[in-house]
Design a protein around this ligand. Sequence first.
Ligand SMILES: Cc1ncc(COP(=O)(O)O)c(C=O)c1O
Length: 391
Amino acid sequence: MPRLRSETPACAEVTHFNHAGDSPSPRAVLDVVEGHLEREALIGGYEAEDEAGERIEAVYAAIGRLINAAPDEIAIVENATRAWDMAFYAMPFEAGDRILTSVSEYGSNAIAFLQVAERTGALVEVVPNDEHGQLSLEALAAMLDERVKLVAVSHMPTNGGLVQPAAAIGELVRETGAIFLLDACQTAGQLPLDVDELGCDVLTATSRKYLRGPRGVGFLYVRRSLVEQLIPPFLDIHAATWVSRDRFEIRPDARRFENWESAVAARLGLGRAIDYALDLGIDAIWTLVERRAATLRGLLDETPAVAIHDLGLTKGGIVTFTVAGAPASAVTATLRADRINTSVSSTASTRYDMEARGLTDIVRASVHYLTTDEEIPRLVNGVAAVSTGAR
Ligand SMILES: Cc1ncc(COP(=O)(O)O)c(C=O)c1O
């Protein structure tokens, strides 16, 4: 652990509990990003890209190792939302088609459902939670029929540590003709992901969160058997070829969802971040994250006026809470003044869930394997000081 912290410049500067927002990169990732930017400045961007050709290809292989997929099933795009959108907006919905989603679905995904429902007459239905606050498998099984075209679930929501029972969801969906789209934005780099075990047809993720890669890059996985059925909502000369004056051909692999222009340094940084995580071992990372988060919840639970809001049977690195009498923004601002980074999760990010629980703004403190036994009490003491002041 000291080695990993010393490899992370941010550890010397801040007490970081915002890994679910952006987890600061290790020096190894910075070196790769800076190194490529330097080459672009020295020899030209296109020439630097040619020079890095094999290393760029290796990023697809690294993503493949992370989620147990083949390189031709992967597209590298700007972020998790764009990855999700490229797949979702390629799905041909018709009036009466049903889209099933989870209570804790992410705001951008819900907005896309509403837009497509408005355009096509497809129906959006929220699968209720079970008594543990995770998606009810019983309810899902009862809702699935031949009109269900898509089941879209956030593996871990932006507003809590809940880990959805994704493999069990995948098993149910597999028995139908529906597509299972898993938003793994918060779980990539945090816990093991295997697209076959999960039974998902589409998976989306971002670089900057638990993978600790650079900002502005993310990826999309589409199962090979589905790729050619999904026509991307927009195409360019990388996604398709202009083969004659009045004809184009869309490429057969998942790179049909990409852009021609991209941040090459960020892509390379993502690849390095994945290698770094795989070297540490995703199982080992998950064990540490679960343990750190449980410690934090335990201490917060003993803090007067603090209420914890994480749901589910299995809980990961996102810890959410409120302090009676103190708005979430005031808690995060006070902590920030002490160089303790947390964030606020608001209604519009996960409206179905927040409204159902009568929550508005909640504080989000997210741990990673870098989080130490000293940092957790520092955060809790900061929260306790706010809670005492609020009473
Ligand atoms: C569950 C979930 N899905 C999707 C996203 C969007 O990711 P990005 O900002 O990379 O588009 C987030 C971001 O917080 C998220 O928490």
